[in-house]
Design a protein. Structure first.
Length: 573
């Protein structure tokens, strides 16, 4: 090898060390950059040169600059991030609902139920005191309002999760666009896989974008030989090399609740997700918040109908001069059990008690409700009104809103309702909202009958009696025992047990969700530590590499200086 060849070899070494120092400097500069993957320069001996029988080395050359990364570990880390994101959303849903329940405070529904039932005991002890009756009515109003309030607040939680689904759709579009653009840049930078080293900074950006996308949905990633990655979701392509598919949030209403679903813009098919934040949002919205709302509706419906079954067969200190049912039928000429009522009446009967103040006489009339479906003459709202209208002293009709209206025909007449002992109850009064305490059929609309809240004197209509208007407190005693009464419609549970079960399900679900989220956070943290050990920048290691490169650079410079001196000697010969 000539002196000029040796100088060229030393120059190549200087250049290689300069590049190595630049890589080290880039690592140090990005030590705190999120998602940055440490780079390493790959050196290899240059091809040898034959001089006679000798093979002489030609120095060093750079094969490339590569990222120090464990791809299998990175894949597991992306999956773990998606699982953790899903679990955290569900954890938040349970925590939010637990906070709204406010159990063990003076403002929870359990306390309201207890206060209401206790006030019914006071009515039984002091039947002549209208203020005590009004207190019971007021406690019923507070119970209904707390149920309404809880329903509204959990509905807001449900809506918030649905709104976050729409945000997730925008984030997916932004990330897939970023990945698509980075694919193109990486392919160009790496010559389509033809060499030149990895586009480290671009790959780090893409890796971070893929991690963010994997937190939203459980994507599958396949890297091509060109350096581009293809991203799919349950077999549907999201990113294919230099192209991407847009998604959108399609909104709809299910049972009055706003529900958004992420779908592809081009064919309208929904994204099928099995993990990630989006799956967590669906689960939190539909199963956790939606399931709680469904359970709360069932509780409110059971409370209203079962309490009204008892209450509607009682009498107050005063009777009615006029009453309008709070429930309306869809078809006044259809059998009552198929007329579109929220609560279904049965084959049976009830009594109409007509009190004539002028004669100080009460006449009891049995009203039969035929709903056996056998004779083609089942009771309709129209036929029921006609049957009541035929009774002396009262008139009945179907209103324009398909509600039953009953009124007395003179000021001396008052009427009320009851049930003859031993006869089958039809529950038609509770179903039609006649002489009922509660109105509504679900958590959002449960309330107290306006007949009982219109004025202070309205408390006189509170149905505490069973033996006639103002006669005894047997119904108040039955109502106070409602708290511990087994109800067939909810599997023999009590109404307090039904609410406790709803609360316990939420508490148990929250405990499990918190434990799962904590476990996944720990697992992800372990993987992050492992990834950092492989791909993270260690300043001490970089300092050692820098010193080594500096020494080689100095030695190469000294080598060139020596060759220069030899050249001077040769020239001066």
């Amino acid at each position: 090898m000539s002196l000029f060849g040796s100088i060229q070899m030393a120059g190549n070494t200087l250049q290689a060390m300069q590049i190595g120092l630049q890589v080290v400097g880039n690592n140090i500069a990005n030590a705190n950059t999120p998602g940055y993957v440490r780079e390493r320069t790959i050196y290899s001996p240059a091809p040898v040169q034959k001089i006679g029988d000798l093979s002489v080395g030609l120095g060093v050359e750079i094969d490339g600059i590569v990222q120090v990364i464990d791809t299998a570990l990175e894949s597991r880390l992306r999956d773990a991030g998606g699982d953790r994101a899903s679990a955290e959303v569900q954890e938040k849903a349970f925590r939010d609902i637990q906070t709204l329940l406010g159990e063990l405070t003076e403002f929870d529904i359990s306390t309201a139920i207890t206060d209401f039932i206790n006030s019914l005991d006071e009515v039984a002890k002091n039947p002549e005191d209208i203020d005590i009756r009004n207190l019971a009515i007021g406690n019923g109003v507070r119970l209904a309002e707390r149920i309404n309030s809880l329903d509204r607040r959990v509905t807001t939680v449900h809506r918030d999760f649905s709104d976050r689904v729409e945000v997730a759709a925008d984030e997916i579009n932004a990330l897939t666009k970023q990945i698509r653009e980075l694919n193109l840049k990486i392919v160009v930078a790496e010559n389509g896989g033809g060499g030149g080293g990895a586009a480290g900074g671009l790959r780090s950006q893409r890796s971070e974008a893929l991690k963010q996308l994997a937190q939203i949905a459980d994507i599958t990633i396949n890297e091509q030989e060109t350096g581009a990655v293809n991203v799919s979701l349950n077999g549907e392509i999201l990113v294919f090399e230099g192209t991407s598919r847009e998604v959108e949030a399609a909104s709809s209403s299910v049972d009055g609740l706003s529900t958004s679903v992420v779908q592809f813009v081009d064919n309208g098919s929904p994204l099928s997700v099995g993990g990630g934040e989006l799956q967590g949002l669906y689960e939190a919205r539909d199963t956790i918040a939606g399931g709680f709302l469904e359970g709360l509706d069932e509780f409110a419906s059971t409370l209203a109908f079962e309490f009204n079954k008892i209450y509607s067969l009682g009498q107050g200190i005063e009777g009615f001069n006029e009453v309008t049912g709070t429930a309306r039928v869809a078809d006044a000429n259809a059998a009552l059990n198929n007329a579109g009522l929220d609560f279904t009446p049965e084959n049976g009967s009830f009594n109409l008690l007509v009190f004539n103040a002028a004669e100080n006489e009460t006449k009891t009339h049995t009203i039969s409700i035929d709903l056996n479906g056998l004779d083609g003459n089942d009771t309709t709202l129209t036929s029921l009104a006609s049957g009541i209208d035929a009774i002396d002293g009262v008139a009945a009709e179907v209103s324009v809103d398909n509600q039953l209206v009953i009124r007395s025909e003179s000021q001396d007449i008052q009427f009320s309702f009851g049930q003859e002992e031993g006869t089958k109850e039809s529950h038609v009064l509770a179903a039609l909202g006649i002489n009922t305490f509660f109105t509504g059929s679900k958590a959002s609309n449960i309330g107290v009958n306006g007949e009982l809240t219109a004025s202070r004197q309205s408390g006189a209509k509170f149905a505490a009696s069973l033996n006639g208007i103002g006669e005894g407190t047997e119904n108040a005693l039955k109502l106070s025992g409602f708290y511990d009464e087994s109800i067939d419609g909810i599997g023999g549970q009590t109404i307090s047990g039904a609410y406790d079960q709803l609360v316990n399900q939420t508490t148990q679900g929250a405990t499990i969700a918190i434990a799962v989220a904590d476990g996944l956070r720990v697992f992800e943290g372990t993987l992050i530590a492992g990834a950092q050990a492989v791909s993270g920048v260690n300043l001490d290691e970089e300092a050692i590499d820098m010193l080594q490169l500096q020494r080689v650079y100095q030695a190469s410079a000294r080598y060139i200086q020596t060759l220069s001196e030899l050249m001077d000697i040769l020239v001066n010969l």
